[in-house]
Design a protein around this ligand. Structure first.
Ligand code: SER
Length: 393
């Protein structure tokens, strides 16, 4: 067993080397911005940029791939502050593009977790697709886990992975790690002390518009493992916000801006995400990616100004910006990042002042109708969310 400390850097290195030793090539480039022509604003999973290759296009690096992909999920924006959701996170992934099959992938996954990363095999549980009228029980996965002595729970919907109503999909087998203080008990669907760490998708079907399944041109395996979640578990920390990537944030921000724990999580998450998004070339705007960035920064400011309106993003320690850009291997100038944040802060402060002035007029004292919202937006540049926010204070 390895004796290096389980830092996220160590997990990434161990993961990538383990798969390189088994013939995988590392995909380079992991921007949050999807390739041109992709309708989605940000990359949301490790497999996302590989979709054409899962559908049969030959990949220039071959049929075995490994990657560390930064991802952004805006669907989780309102969940930030709980213990497992981050807006920007990294996903470790492996792919067999029509090469080896699911049982091999699960065997390697088990080997990496137990031998490579030192996880006690007695703390693992797996789930496997139990079979329905279209596709049967995933016997290949079941046999692997039985051979390895890992308990299995069979499910249906929880073990079928798809990216949307149509497109590539297939049965999956998920690996869970026990996080309770007692010896492991129960099963993943019945006890949430079992936390999912790694999903192996046997991606060999495509769902058509009419709901039917057809085989993909090749039988793939697509796996994804959330880095910060695994790191916090291996480091024995109670939430993703306490894994080592947040150590500098926890050291430097609370003395500057004392906040309660859930506000601190939001500020850490959103500021770190904003730095990465700016690092990938996005600038605040009223639509698309720019609007996501704007929302991140404005949510931070709303929280910071609740207790003390004099707080300024210009006070953000440069070390945090540099640490984040370095971690994500981005070469943007840290001063440029701070400039973008401060410009957005100035704009938001101006907007709030104007908003307060306009909303204090007698016309806006009662309930607002659609016409009022349109007027406030079109004449004064005050978005509906901001108006609601200002009136609720
Ligand atoms: N596609 C699967 C996921 O996103 C595994 O990469 O969880």
């Amino acid at each position: 067993m390895n004796t290096e400390p389980i830092t996220t850097e160590h997990i990434v290195r161990t993961f990538v080397e383990y798969y390189e030793d088994r013939g995988h090539h590392r995909v380079t480039g992991s921007s949050l911005l999807p390739p041109p022509g992709d309708p989605v604003l940000f990359t949301t999973s490790g497999m996302h940029p590989l979709t054409p290759y899962l559908e049969g296009r030959p990949h220039p690096l071959g049929r075995r791939l490994v990657n560390v992909q930064r991802c952004l999920r805006t669907t989780d924006l309102d969940e930030v502050g709980d213990t497992t959701h981050l807006t920007v996170f990294e996903m470790l992934g492996t792919w067999s593009l029509g090469d080896y099959e699911g049982p091999q992938s699960l065997g390697w996954g088990y080997g990496l977790l137990t031998e490579g990363l030192g996880v006690d095999p007695g703390l693992l549980h797996a789930t496997v697709f139990g079979g329905d009228e279209r596709t049967g029980l995933d016997t290949g996965s079941l046999e692997v886990w039985e051979r390895l002595g890992v308990p299995v729970e069979l499910t249906l919907d929880d073990n079928w992975w798809s990216n949307g109503p149509t497109g590539p999909c297939g049965p999956d087998s998920e690996i869970f790690l026990w996080t309770g203080d007692t010896p492991p008990e129960s099963t993943p669907t019945r006890d949430d002390r079992w936390v999912e760490v790694w999903n192996h998708v046997m991606m060999r079907h495509r769902r058509l518009d009419d709901g039917s399944l057809v085989p993909l041109p090749q039988r793939n395996v697509d796996t994804g493992l959330g880095l910060e979640r695994l790191a916090s578990l291996l480091q024995g920390r109670p939430s993703v916000f306490e894994c080592d990537v947040f150590d500098p944030w926890r050291r430097l921000l609370p003395p500057l801006w004392p906040l309660d724990e859930s506000s601190l999580r939001l500020v850490h998450d959103h500021l770190r995400s904003a730095v990465v998004v700016i690092g990938d070339g996005v600038r605040p705007g009223n639509t698309g990616r720019g609007y996501v960035l704007r929302r991140l920064v404005r949510r931070v400011l709303t929280v910071l100004w609740r207790d003390d309106p004099s707080r300024e993003l210009g006070d953000l320690p440069g070390e945090l910006v540099r640490h984040t850009l370095d971690h994500f291997r981005q070469d943007t100038d840290p001063e440029e990042v701070v400039r973008v944040l401060c410009d957005e802060e100035r704009r938001f402060r101006g907007l709030l002042e104007r908003g307060r002035r306009v909303l204090s007029r007698p016309r806006f004292q009662g309930p607002l109708d659609e016409e009022d919202f349109h007027y406030l937006h079109d004449t004064h540049g005050l978005p509906r969310d901001l108006v609601r926010d200002l009136r609720s204070r």
